[in-house]
Design a protein around this ligand. Structure first.
Ligand SMILES: [Zn+2]
Length: 158
């Protein structure tokens, strides 16, 4: 997924707000939805594109699962009022990883092995990989996510 993580976070935030009122629900949803791609900074500026950026820990389900379970257990015991935004944040993280699995690739089996798994392979039909993604049918999913997010946003504002 290239462009639709931000609007997917907004949609999740709107959904979370239907089940509870907490000022951090929307920020948690949006932050969680985009946070794994912060590894691109490292990918481009530190490692000089040496590894697939989905091999960084922020795109690893096996990293986030224990972090999510531990964090939610601690909050449940000592800071229960932060549970709703924390839950929303971790759902957003896993939503990002699932959306990346469609046409990107995710190491779902790590640490057993580092094989990257994807549902659909986008063939390099154009010179630049971004163009190949833009003209692939899976990009219509991104457009649908944008459309739903813009609809929800407009409905809330006007
Ligand atoms: Zn990603």
């Amino acid at each position: 997924m290239i462009t639709a993580h931000l609007p997917s976070g907004y949609i999740l935030g709107r959904g979370a707000q239907r089940y509870g009122v907490h000022p951090w629900l929307m920020p948690a949803a949006i932050l969680g939805a985009v946070l794994p791609d912060f590894d691109l900074i490292w990918f481009y500026f530190v490692d000089n594109r040496a590894f697939h950026h989905h091999l960084y820990w922020v795109h690893m389900p096996a990293f986030w699962l224990p972090v999510a379970v531990a964090t939610l257990m601690v909050l449940r015991r000592w800071r229960p009022r932060y549970l709703p935004p924390a839950r929303t944040f971790f759902v957003a993280i896993f939503m990002h990883i699932v959306l990346d699995t469609i046409a990107g690739s995710i190491a779902w089996q790590w640490p057993i092995n580092s094989e990257l798994f994807q549902l659909v392979t986008v063939e390099p039909t154009h010179d630049h990989f971004i163009l190949s993604f833009l003209f692939h049918w899976t990009f219509s999913l991104e457009l649908a996510i944008w459309a739903l997010a813009l609809y929800l946003f407009a409905k809330a504002k006007f």
